[in-house]
Design a binder for this molecule. Sequence first.
Ligand code: AHR
Length: 481
Amino acid sequence: MTINVSTNKKGPMISKYIYGQFAEHLGRCIYEGVWVGEDSAIPNDKGIRLDVVEALKQINVPVVRWPGGCFADEYHWKDGIGPNENRKTMVNTHWGGIVENNHFGTHEFFHLLELLDADAYVNGNVGSGTVQEMQEWVEYMTFEGESPMAKLRKENGSVKAWDLKFFGVGNESWGCGGNMRPDYYADLYRRYQTYVRDYTKEHVYKIACGPNIDDYNWMEQVMKIAAPFMDGISLHHYALADVWEDKRPATGFPEKEWYSLIDSAKKMDELITKHSTIMDKYDPEKRVGLIVDEWGSWLDVEKGTNPGFLYQQNTIRDAMVASLTLNIFHRHADRVQMANIAQMVNVLQAMLLTEGEKMIKTPTYHVFDLYKHHQDATFVDTYGETQENIDLTVSKKNGQIAISLCNYDTKETKTIDLSFEKELSGETEGWIVVADEMDAHNSFEETDKVNVVAFSDYELNGKKMAVTLPPMSVSTILIKE
Ligand code: AHR
């Protein structure tokens, strides 16, 4: 069985924004994960922890979505500006009922982005916020001249306006964001987005709240009523090992749950295909992007942690979920313009976990590291029969082909034969993330159990290549054209 790689056919560009992150005021994502405060003994830059920044820079984080999630629809941005001692506290009702001190607000978020060299995706409050509040926030962030909000921003220390790339008008408005029906939300969306003004020549990309999983009626109604007013519409889908009510453990799981979690992640393909077909009815040119701004594994929290903090371990199984889902996004690169894995640090399928001054990289982080070569690359189609439990994705950028392969079989090593349309130079480099236990993971005691290592179990002969993939592995090979 040979897989043909169509390097001569030009596919769509795989937007770097598919590699986006999501950072919510939830559990220890912002506080402790990203923000430790200026007085912390943990090395920081104006309160933002430097180990986390350094690790995230290595995977080229292109965009961060903030402040939620469900938190976004009860967040009032004016509570998070000005001197800390004057910032109003609030109860984070969705996530553990803890008191939020608002020390991490708009200025701190943009400082994080500056350190990461990433773009902003700010999610506005439709559920409990006013149109005026949303309008003023956009003015505060982006207005460069003299205006009441620009003046306030300057008084708070930022003379220059920020670049606001993406703005979400509500989050999960069908649920935690207001329990609305699609027609009602679609009308509200039309109204709120009117006041999300372009104060500079840079257009703010406006994202409507899209469906939960397979709610095709929501997609149909919101597209029918509001498509001309949006640049993107969101989709949320989390991978579950069983049912929502019984999330199942992140480690120590049976083989059955290895495959059930993976199957649930693979459902993303069907969801994008079907939602995209509905979008095609109202937007045949594919102008409106499908923004998968929440995805990843949702498993049991770690024993002894606050259930509202969603702190879960991350294993080689999650690495498979990341690889297979990113491959699906690549295949739908004509419609998926951004995706944001949930979440960046200490929450759900995180890149990084922290404990005091310690920080570890998860297997998912390592997949994002392997896959960074696909950012803004051209998608390359492949055809031919693949073997069971094998998936791959190919892209091309600057005279270099990047091939990522996932063997999600728990037991079998597989050899894959690839055939290219032309002879390749032979200059290659490869890396692999692999484990020999289904729940292999990093911990604060054993930080590098799952890591990226050099990979050379492949042979390139002109147009042909044979790659031998161990079970439970994700690898990337770069080949000069
Ligand atoms: O990512 C955790 C939560 O999941 C988000 O706050 C919410 O939008 C979704 O239900």
